[in-house]
Design a protein. Structure first.
Length: 319
């Protein structure tokens, strides 16, 4: 035991340098950093942290080393990026982000993760442009995790999910796409305005595509389930109210159409959509032989393709 104790003391003494020795390492690290030898600086700063961590006299040097070390890897990442060595750049930026988080530098972590996301965006671009959406999504997912504020990549990720749904019919992919689109659409800062508008446009496009796909399969219940999920997130969603009412009409569930029709019509912002809701409501009342209510609903149909059908229905009801 005595021998072991003496050995442990000797090992500790060898591992723990004096403040003077740590200062020498620190000066070497600072010189390497100043000379833009970021790999050498990183190695030296790591030694400063390791050797000076338990030395109160070296505390300020250790603190500076912790601040500077993530920057070394950030600069190494930038150097690799200039030569288009994306794998090396990614490794260094990820290391920078990891160390910055470890040492509490959230600003540096954000910068490093921003570049991690950009590299994944570049790497996923070829697959995306080749319409290999499964491969693209796998790459973009990593970038989106690193930087959810990279809205350009987020839009590509959402589209990849939605196109995978269109190819496979897997509703889970559609829902993942909607989640990403909605996150982009919810951003209010002016710098995201264009991408937020694009996200809203794509939500409508792919929701209509989803409805058409499920309608073709006769899956009105699938449409209703999707609409209900949309309404859980946003009870005021005009689009969800619209597709849900159409699906209930497709099922000939006239009681549900009557129950939901007025609210669905009130939610619409476009005259043609509002008219369609009233047309479906009028048809439901008519099927239930509720003539006065049917006439009142059909009279609200003033715009869009449903207007002519409503006129015909009113003419029949007026005989």
């Amino acid at each position: 035991m005595k021998k072991l104790f003496v050995s442990a003391i000797a090992l500790f003494a060898a591992a723990s340098l004096s403040a003077q020795d740590v200062t020498a390492l620190y000066n070497e690290a600072a010189a390497a950093y100043g000379a833009k030898d970021f790999a050498g600086a990183a190695a030296k700063f790591e030694q400063v942290i390791d050797q000076g961590l338990d030395n109160p006299d070296a505390a300020s040097m250790v603190a500076t080393a912790k601040t500077t070390l993530p920057k070394c890897y950030f600069m190494l990442g930038g150097g690799s990026l200039k030569t288009k060595n994306y794998a090396e750049a990614l490794k260094n930026f990820e290391k920078s982000a990891e160390l910055a988080e470890l040492y509490g530098d959230m600003t540096q972590m954000g910068k490093s993760n921003g570049w991690v996301a950009k590299i994944y965006q570049i790497q996923g671009g070829d697959a995306f442009n080749s319409k290999d959406y499964a491969t693209a999504a796998g790459i973009f997912e990593k970038g989106y995790k690193a930087d959810p504020d990279n809205t350009g990549m987020a839009l590509n990720l959402a589209m990849s999910y939605c196109e995978m749904f269109m190819a496979s019919g897997d509703m889970a992919q559609y829902e993942k796409g909607m989640d990403v689109y909605e996150a982009v659409a919810a951003k209010t800062h002016p710098k995201y305005a264009e991408d937020a508008a694009k996200a809203r446009e794509m939500i409508t496009l792919y929701t209509n595509n989803m409805v058409a796909k499920l309608q073709a399969a006769g899956d009105n219940d699938g449409i209703i389930a999707a609409a209900d999920k949309m309404l859980e997130k946003n009870p005021e969603s005009a689009l969800a109210q619209n597709i849900r009412l159409q699906a209930y009409a497709g099922k000939k569930d006239y009681a549900k159409v009557i129950e939901l029709g007025e609210a669905a019509a009130a939610a619409q912002t476009e005259a043609a959509d509002k008219s369609l809701m009233y047309y479906l409501l009028g048809a439901a009342y008519n099927a239930k032989e509720m003539k006065p209510q049917a006439i009142a609903a059909f009279k609200q149909v003033t715009d869009g393709p449903a207007a002519e059908n409503a006129k015909t229905a009113l003419a029949e009801l007026s005989k």
